[in-house]
Design a protein around this ligand. Structure first.
Ligand code: F6R
Length: 368
């Protein structure tokens, strides 16, 4: 049932192009309209929303962090992202004009469930983004956007995450459409890009051997750092989480701009630093990350960049460059996370760990 793969996790990483196309299927009409049939919240109600709160735990929370950038940019509604486990203990400001988005692969995470119960008690509408048909979180939500990743068996979430990203993009574009933003052409351009994503992701997977070669010998490292800016920041956090979970190694993700405010002090000669580099040219983001790479390299770090192909600056500063096909900045996380998933899977394999059932972790966390 692992189809010749050593682990379910690896199989699921390679299933991502299909998981993404299944999640996009039937949701965008040839007439250029997004149809999210599962959103049973009236357009009038959605037009009145003045704040969005995205809730999730772990990897799902990182998907929410990416969603904030996309939704605020496209929809211009203030969007907060909060760990579900923190939400209801702080007396959050929630009312009938608040839209909560609960992201959960399993649909059974107790922290997320309690958070949406609290939100609904305050009158908020809740949309679940979920991979498990009929699970508790969608049943207790006002609406649901299902991801079609298929069952995720590896404890570390992979295709669950990338399909959550796709669902978040769809939700953002849908909200923009419902709210009548002058946005039609742009929606089409972004949908075209999303539809091209499975093939682009496949080409990242086709180069998995480069990651496996990189991993060889690195399993003896004790600390790994991941940096990124903008939507690359949650990807840095996710890359670090994957290594912690299955390789049991110390890994930390930082917003690259924060390095000089403290974390750069921990850089030791030879320490591996992965940097998620935004596409070149559009804004200053790219150059800022490239200077962060220079800064850590000057302290002796071993720098590995995940960057767009043909980036003609990054290779001057990074020791290793992992290339991604061209996509717009907001969508880059879908591709950028893949090498980090492969890397963690390979390191954990080299260490002889049980990749699919890491110690101390359960697939769905049904206690608070
Ligand atoms: C990470 C991981 C966890 C889950 C988190 C939420 O690989 O699997 O961090 O993402 O426990 O789980 P769901 O999405 O089922 O609510």
């Amino acid at each position: 049932e692992k189809d010749g793969y050593d682990w379910f996790m690896r199989k699921e990483i390679f299933e991502q192009p299909k998981a993404i196309s299944d999640t996009l299927l039937g949701r965008y009409s040839p007439q250029g309209e997004l149809t999210l049939d599962e959103i049973h919240i009236s357009p009038e109600t959605l037009r009145r929303v003045n704040k969005i709160i995205i809730l999730g735990c772990g990897t799902a929370h990182y998907a929410g962090m990416v969603a904030k950038y996309a939704i605020e940019h496209w929809v211009r509604i203030p969007c907060e992202v909060e760990l579900a486990s923190e939400f209801r203990y702080r007396d959050p400001i929630v009312d009938s004009q608040t839209l909560c988005v609960a992201i959960s692969q399993s649909g059974e995470t107790a922290d997320t469930l309690q958070a949406i119960r609290h939100a609904r008690e305050q009158g908020a509408k809740v949309i679940a983004i979920c991979n498990t048909n009929g699970s508790t979180i969608p049943r207790e939500s006002d609406a649901v956007i299902y991801t079609y990743a298929g069952p995720e068996i590896g404890v570390a979430s992979t295709k669950g995450f990338t399909t959550q990203l796709i669902a978040c993009y769809l939700l953002g574009l849908y909200l923009a459409q419902v709210r009548g933003m002058k946005f039609g052409d742009e929606i089409r351009t972004i949908m075209d890009e999303l539809e091209a994503m499975p093939a682009k992701m496949q080409s990242v997977l086709d180069h998995a051997d480069q990651i496996y070669t990189l991993a060889k010998g690195m399993e003896d490292e004790e600390d790994f750092i991941f940096i990124g800016r903008h939507v690359g920041y949650p990807i840095a956090l996710e890359g670090a989480l994957k290594l912690k979970e299955i390789a049991y190694l110390h890994a930390e993700g930082f917003a690259a701009g924060e390095l000089k405010h403290g974390p750069i002090a921990i850089i030791n000669p030879g320490m591996p630093v992965f940097a998620v580099v935004p596409p070149q040219g559009r804004d200053q983001l790219h150059d800022k990350v490239v200077s962060n790479i220079q800064e850590v390299r000057a302290r002796g770090a071993r720098t590995i960049a995940v960057a767009e192909q043909d980036d003609n600056e990054v290779d001057q500063f990074a020791e290793v460059v992992i290339s991604l096909p061209k996509v717009s900045t907001l969508l880059q996380p879908v591709l950028a996370v893949v090498p980090l998933q492969l890397f963690a899977c390979e390191i954990a394999t080299l260490l002889g760990n049980d990749v699919d059932q890491p110690r101390n972790l359960a697939k769905s966390v049904t206690v608070e």
